[in-house]
Design a protein around this ligand. Structure first.
Ligand code: 13P
Length: 335
């Protein structure tokens, strides 16, 4: 493992005030979002959607790396340019979602485990040769009165660490994403306690499997009350709980922390990141940024709606949300 190369890559991904774009919705997720807007759920429309994103003017000013879905790797623009080439020309580092989604955890039917480790070694070697330099694996944790179980946390932590070790062995920076979902009635305090438990277990597994922390990026949820919790906390409290939780359980050596948006509104996700930077920026031991999908792409998708005439307006919305998050990283966002 060339740890220096991994550290340099993680540094480039976390560079200055930029962040990551998670344009890696699986076919199922992408189709669900298309269906809600009446967009045809075909490979051609997914190609057009990704073409709209990668050709967005000025995207590279805010985005250091883009996470792609396997299908996108081989796609091209209308005039035959590969999406990978376009990203590289813009100096946006291409990455790849390598997990293969979740299935119910055996004997724990309300919980999930993420699949995709079989054959991952060989796939990684191929991805590296294609010029991909980072990867993503998402584990999903549900909160309910009796959830998550210790078994679910341990199984997902082990799997995330196996994935991360395989990535680093191939020279690819792993994005380690244990997502504690927002769905539910749980309080902010419950989310904080569960997220801390999950992150402790994840970092124990990463240590056990000798993952180089400087050469990886953590992609966590923010600490938020459940969507159906009557007490919806203010931005200041969420920023405070999130950073205090991370101070307890995220080692200072980690190469970077890049949040998922998880279904928050685009403006709120940006405001919360902005508040964390505003209150805690100088004290943070790791670069703190965004790796949003919905919070950057959803407004653009709603404008585009699958219609070529809307591409330019959609691209403006996309570049705008990316720039807002860039401003938040500098604690300079004003909605
Ligand atoms: P959201 O920002 O929409 O939560 O997506 C982030 C992501 O990459 C999920 O795996």
């Amino acid at each position: 493992m060339n740890t220096q190369e991994l550290k340099n890559l993680a540094e480039r991904l976390m560079a200055t005030d930029k962040g990551l774009l998670a344009m890696d919705e699986s076919t199922g997720t992408c189709n669900r979002r298309f269906k809600a807007l009446g967009i045809p759920q075909t490979e051609e429309y997914r190609r057009k959607y990704r073409q709209m994103i990668v050709t967005t003017p000025h995207l590279e000013e805010s985005i250091s790396g883009a996470i792609l879905f396997e299908e996108t790797l081989h796609q091209q623009t209308d005039d035959g340019q590969s999406f990978l080439t376009i990203l590289k020309e813009k100096d946006i580092i291409p990455g790849i979602k390598v997990d293969q989604g979740t299935i119910p955890l055996s004997f724990f039917p309300e919980e999930t485990i993420t699949e995709g480790l079989d054959g991952l070694n060989e796939r990684m070697i191929g991805y590296y040769l294609m010029g991909l330099r980072f990867a993503k694996w998402r584990a999903v944790i549900h909160i309910d009165s009796a959830l998550p179980t210790k078994t679910c946390i341990a199984a997902n932590a082990f799997t995330l660490a196996r994935y991360a070790a395989i990535c680093q062995q191939a020279g690819i920076v792993p994005i380690v994403e244990p997502e504690v979902l927002m769905e539910g009635e749980h309080t902010l305090q419950t989310c904080a306690a569960v997220t801390q438990d999950v992150l402790k277990e994840v970092f124990n597994a990463l240590y056990d499997q000798k993952v180089c922390l400087e050469g990886m990026i953590l992609k966590p949820n923010m600490i938020l009350p459940g969507l159906n919790c009557p007490d919806q906390s203010d931005i200041e409290t969420i920023a405070q709980q999130t950073i205090r939780s991370f101070f307890k359980v995220v080692p200072a050596a980690v190469g970077g922390v890049a949040f998922l948006s998880g279904g928050q509104s685009p403006v709120l996700a940006t405001e919360r990141l902005n508040m964390m930077q505003l209150r805690y920026g100088p004290q943070l031991p790791w670069p703190l940024t965004f790796s949003f999908s919905r919070a950057i792409q959803q407004p653009a998708l709603e404008i585009w709606k699958g219609n070529d005439k809307n591409v330019s307006a959609a691209q403006k919305a996309l570049a705008h949300r990316a720039a807002c998050n860039r401003a938040a990283r500098r604690a300079e966002y004003h909605p």
